[in-house]
Design a protein around this ligand. Structure first.
Ligand code: PGA
Length: 250
């Protein structure tokens, strides 16, 4: 049985004080939620506040990105996975479509960042997903296959065992358009078949594939009812403690 992972991606939202206020409301609402792993990925400057607030709780804190090299150096504005780990993070989102779209992220750099996260002892949550025109032209599987082949398919089986995959159709992110549970499950089944071909049946049965893209309290149940969907990567609806708690407690 795969334990669900319910992850919040705060993107470029909240201050440290707002982070502390979020946790004060959120933690009691999920204190008994042992059915899922819970992860919150705030902006870097809020990690200390999040880690302090979450100490001793069932909520983990992660980064939203990390540098491709896991070695300190003269890279203004960047941080290493080791720094995230030392700050108390246990995971990092890698290859989010906003990074691919606005910050020049490629499959090659996504792979480098995945390796850097693993090297630092962080669990990578690696994002893949097709754009609207790719879906509309019937190329969803082709795009997912290429992102898989040029990215996480290059991990060793042992490395692969540490990652989670997030399927995030780009057209569903921040748009209010969710993939239907059936559409998401189809994509998840396809991704799992790629994992089976590359890493075998056991790896395919074990890897968690999260869905992301306009997950809300009112659509999470339908998504999570699909056996193929092992959790959610939630943007907008993770910013409010009541809304994210109701997603976690689907
Ligand atoms: P959304 O974002 O829930 O606001 O659509 C999801 C994501 O980008 O991870």
């Amino acid at each position: 049985m795969r334990k669900p992972l319910m992850a919040g991606n705060w993107k470029m939202y909240k201050t440290p004080a707002e982070t502390a206020a979020f946790f004060e409301k959120f933690l009691p609402l999920v204190a008994a939620s042992n059915h899922a792993d819970i992860l919150i990925c705030p902006p870097y400057v809020n990690i200390a506040a999040a880690v302090a607030a979450a100490r001793g709780s069932n909520v983990e804190v992660g980064g939203q990105n990390l540098h491709t090299a896991n070695k300190e150096g003269a890279y203004t504005g960047e941080i290493t996975g080791a720094m995230l780990r030392a700050a108390g993070c246990s995971a990092a989102i890698v290859g989010h479509s906003e990074r691919r779209q606005y910050f020049g992220e490629t499959c090659a750099t996504v792979l480098q960042r995945t390796l850097a996260a693993l090297d630092a002892g962080l669990r990578p949550v690696v994002c893949v997903g097709e754009r609207l025109e790719e879906r509309e032209s019937g190329r969803t599987e082709e795009v997912l296959a290429a992102q898989f082949r040029d990215g996480i398919a290059k991990l060793t089986p042992e490395q692969f065992g540490w990652i989670a995959i997030a399927y995030e159709p780009v057209w569903a992110i921040g748009t209010g358009k969710t993939a239907t549970p059936d559409m998401a499950a189809d994509a998840h089944r396809y991704l799992r078949s790629l994992v089976r071909q590359a890493y075998g049946a056991e790896a395919a049965a074990g890897v968690r594939i999260l869905y992301g893209g306009s997950v809300k309290p009112d659509n999470v149940r339908g998504l999570m009812a699909q056996p193929e969907i092992d959790g959610a990567l939630v943007g907008g609806a993770s910013l409010d403690p009541v809304s994210f708690a109701s997603i976690v407690n689907f």
